[in-house]
Write a protein that binds this ligand. Sequence first.
Ligand code: ZN
Ligand code: ZN
Length: 502
Amino acid sequence: MATSEQEVTIDVKLFVDKEKKKVLFAESDKEFVDVLFSFLTIPLGTIVRLLDKQSQMGCLDEVYKSVEDLSSDYFQTKACKAMLLKPLNTASSHCHRLKINIDDTKPREVYVCKDTSCYAHCAFSSVPDTLCKCGKVMEYAGDRPEDDAKTAAAGSENGVFVKGNQKFITTDDLQVAPASTSLMLSLGREFGVQDPADLEQTILQLTSEKQPLTGLHFDVPITTDDASFCTIPLNLCPEQESDSEDNKGNVKIKVLQTKISSAVLYAEVGHDFVDLIFGLLSVPLGCTIKTLGQSLSKGCIGNLYRSIAGGAEGCMGPDYQRLLLAPELPPFFGSAASQILQAPESAPKNIKIDSCFSCFKIGGFSNLGRCREQDYRYNSSYRCWRDEFTNCQNTTKTAEICELDPKLHGVQSSNRDAYVKQGSQSFMVTDDLHVRPLTLDSSLRVVSEGEVQMKDLVEKEVAVTKFQIMELQRAALMTREALSSVLLPPKKKKKNLKHLMY
Ligand SMILES: [Zn+2]
Ligand SMILES: [Zn+2]
């Protein structure tokens, strides 16, 4: 984002059907298209945060609130909580060049152990509250400078993802393509425009406050409460035999439901199941469409995703196409959830600094010079006047620091894919995927809120397969009743929804 005081705006020309008062499509320069495509690189947790936990994306608002409310004690480290609430964007060095960058996460912050006598090797973290191997909490040392080579590549000709100087047409449901006569004619036919005079043209000035993610003139990215995708019901049969090879990856949960209607009150789960839900927050939006595809991508965001290899193909280089179609997770942000989604992690970074590590600990990026500061003074051992280093006697005046896993707890070995601490603690997950520690009190409250009698309840143990976990993740993005839509056979009442879709 530009740093000037003056507010940056992007002009978008809207073509509105005068009679229906509906935006049919928009014409813009590549800057607007770049902003739209950048949505695919944004992690789900960031989208929820930017929309103030009112994203309406399935259960994700509840998942996010659960992480916020859960004490750090339940996570492997305090940093794990920060990784889920403020996940980093792997494409941030590109998004940084967007005219309007809506992702306000600070990707270049560098944290180090500031203890100059620390025995641990040269390490840094991009996540606050990361623990050094010596056990101390890493502290902020400044922002890593922007990679000059990448910034220079952004000539006037090239946008961020999209190149060229042509105009682009974006439909109301986010299909993007370069403007052309044939496109204009086909859009005219599609929208039944007889006379161009029926269209009103208005200029919309987008700012970082007023951008399309807030639904301004465009739909909210993912359709909500559409559970009709759910085709693989898991019958709640008692005590499945789970010794066979195929069932090794299954996650055992206990479901509390009513005897008569089988309504799910909540599931009692362990840390492994919670990780499968929480981990979704650090996954980029584009990854979920890539893997969960089909039904998920019926909404606007699916159209946007398809435009990259469809209508807008040829408007960007293959590297950028890959970056948008299969965005990676930042180093160490992977989890059981991202593994199910087959979303890879990018490699950890090393940073070269122009001072020794001790001086960096003291001065950070803003005072790298202290390492080489010299003074003309008398040296008693050489018995002469000469230039002497004033602050630092280290002979090596550069250092390379490598990225440390924020999930690590000191020298203890821990499960590097897990955000949640391993242990016997049980959690309660409600149908809308709100997660809280299981206590007698919370359990009784849910039962009383469900207005059911204790005698009408039954507890069933279920082994959830990897495939069902994937269905659950899909449900988490699309419906408020994620657990029951995956755990129960499809209800008849869903028929009317299906009818709407076909
Ligand atoms: Zn240390
Ligand atoms: Zn030094």
